[in-house]
Every structure is written in C-alpha cells, then in structure tokens.
Write a protein that binds this ligand. Structure first.
Ligand SMILES: Nc1ncnc2c1ncn2[C@@H]1O[C@H](COP(=O)(O)OP(=O)(O)OP(=O)(O)O)[C@@H](O)[C@H]1O
Length: 312
C-alpha cells in the first residue's frame, strides 16, 4: 500500500466505471473527481442513474474502477489485493445501508450486533466499547432489544454504532434515511454528524433525500457520472447579530478546466452545442451562440480576440 499520509480521506480523480452487458456499454462514472477532507460530512445527491451507487460500491471496495484513481484513507482501491480488501472493509471503512436486514442480524440484540465486528476483528475490551457506542448514539435503552423491537430511527442509530465499532476513518452511508419520515431522518443525520464531531470520522452519505443537504456543510451533486455542482452551507451573523444560515451553490471545475452549467441556466438562455465565452477581469461570461451580439461586450475576452482576428 502506498503511503498517502496527509492526503484527503477520499480522493477520486478521473474515476471511470464502464459496465458492458450484451455488447452494450454503460458509462456509469465518466471521469468523476471528488475530494473529501478528514472529518468532513458530505452528502452526494443526484438523479436516479447518475452514478451514486456505482461510486459508493467502488469506495466500499466491492467493485473496482475501470479507470482513474480512488484512494480512501491511504488505500488505493484500484490496486488493492484481496487481503488488503478484508482489512480495508473491517478497519478503514464502515457502512450503513438503507435496509435494516443488511445492517443488523435479526436474532441478535442491539448490543450483540455492535459486538459482532469487534469479535471478527479480535478486539479487546469489547463490552466497554459496546457501552461507549450505545451512549454515543443515544440508544442505551435499546441494548437488549432485537431489531424488530426497535423503531426505524433506533435501527439506523444501531447500524451506525455497528459501522463505527472498529473505529473506521470513513463511514459510507447509502440512503440511510430512505425508509424514515422527516423527523426521524433528521435524528439519524444528526447522529451521523455527532459521530463525526466526536470521533473525527469522515462521513459520505449517498441519498435522494433533498432534506439531507440541510444537515451537512457540503452537498455534492452528481450528474451523468461526474460531479456537477456543490452546495456549501455556513452560519453567519447578520447586522443585528442574529444567526443566519447561508447556502451557496458552486459549479465544480475538473482538472481539465471542464464544468457543467446548471440545467436551469442552460434552459433559461436556451444554450445549445456552442456558447460564446469572454474572460473578464474577475469572471467569465457565457452567451448563447445565436445571440444577436456579434461579440460579447468586452475586447479583453477570448471571444473578443477571436472576433478581432477574423475581421483583420
Ligand atoms: N451492474 C451493472 N451493469 C450494467 N449497468 C449498470 C450496472 N450498475 C449500474 N449500471 C448503470 O450505470 C448507471 C448508474 O447507475 P447507479 O446505480 O450508479 O445510479 P444511481 O445514481 O445510484 O441511481 P439510483 O439513485 O436509482 O440508485 C445507470 O445507467 C445504471 O443502469
């Protein structure tokens, strides 16, 4: 394994995954870039088929990329051996899935479920660790109950405790609130955020749930197998000193300088195939190809220069 100390906890560069079935190729990931720093809580959102599950399956070590790189907490997932994979899935990453049946064994109590990964990894002081996790997730009262005796929110908080048992660096959650109502979803998301704050674990949540972005500082949107936009949230004080939550949307620029314009921008100006570009001192202008302007209103921009050359 390469020594990647000091790198972000999740680093994907130009990640590609192509599926071939019966001679038909599907490009599920088309050069995806993603960087998640240690201790961050990030939501990945996107329409059905945009590549979210494919990304998570690669990050969880269950699938390999066709191209590009994916490095998680120092482990290069493209070159990981079988033995590395067992260690990676047991110690480096934890998982929380949407379905309880995938997270918890039905015939064991919450405490016994949390102990399972500790037994598998040969951890010592297991009883203390189980108590610590029950307390961290606020589910001490669930200790001796089996999954069917827990509410949906308690099941997911127990699943988070199981995922955290062996102190992974990264927690991967696939639609962890998919089967919950809004209030319970909020509770589970706060549990994930609290775990990150108290343990320093990096959390990546893949979801359809639009309310998730209200609980995380950073939401990354995937479109057609690439990261398209990001929403960053922060808390500020206004002039009267009151706390206000600010959400700002950014387009993501890849290493080749490509970016995806938000769909509503494209449709608002009916942008198609070609656009005119102009470099301004502090921004870039984009105009529709069929715009009545012969040149964007600047001589300093690239389109402006091209225009001058043609006229000469
Ligand atoms: N094993 C596979 N074989 C062939 N095509 C696949 C396979 N897995 C995914 N795909 C295709 O890759 C694309 C991305 O799928 P993916 O499941 O990653 O999307 P998603 O964003 O997770 O969607 P959803 O939100 O519906 O789960 C889709 O077009 C899908 O049909």
């Amino acid at each position: 394994m390469r020594d990647l100390t000091g790198e972000p906890d999740i680093l994907c560069q130009g990640l590609v995954r192509i599926f071939s079935t019966e001679g038909v190729e599907v490009q599920a990931l088309q050069g995806l870039d993603l960087r998640v720093d240690r201790g961050d809580v990030v939501a990945i959102v996107g329409a059905s088929g945009s590549g979210k599950s494919t990304l998570l399956t690669i990050l969880s070590g269950l699938d390999r990329p066709t191209g590009g790189t994916a490095v998680v907490a120092g482990t290069d997932l493209a070159t990981m051996s079988r033995a590395d994979r067992v260690h990676y899935q047991r110690h480096t990453v934890g998982f929380v899935w949407q379905q309880t049946s995938r997270n918890l064994l039905p015939y064991l109590t919450a405490a016994e479920n949390i102990a399972v990964p500790l037994v598998l990894s040969g951890a010592k002081a297991r009883a203390e660790r189980v108590e610590e996790l029950l307390e961290l997730l606020g589910i001490e009262h669930c200790r001796d109950r089996r999954p069917e005796q827990l509410s949906g929110g308690e099941q997911q908080r127990t699943a988070i405790a199981v995922a955290l048992a062996n102190s992974p660096r990264v927690l991967l959650a696939d639609e962890p609130t998919g089967e919950l109502d809004d209030a319970t979803s909020a509770e589970v998301l706060e549990a994930l955020r609290g775990a990150s704050e108290r343990l320093g674990v990096t959390v990546l949540i893949v979801t359809h749930d639009p309310t998730v972005s209200e609980h995380v500082r950073r939401t990354v949107q995937i479109r057609d197998g690439r990261t398209a936009t990001e929403v960053l949230r922060r808390t500020e004080r206004d002039d009267s000193g009151a706390e206000v939550h600010v959400a700002e949307e950014f387009a993501v620029l890849d290493r080749a300088g490509r970016l995806q314009l938000p769909e509503e921008f494209v449709s608002a100006l009916d942008l198609r195939e070609r656009v005119r570009l102009a470099l301004e001192p502090d921004h870039v202008g984009v105009w529709p190809d069929g715009s009545s302007r012969t040149s964007p209103p600047t001589a300093s921009g690239r389109a402006g220069h091209e225009e001058e050359r043609t006229d000469a």
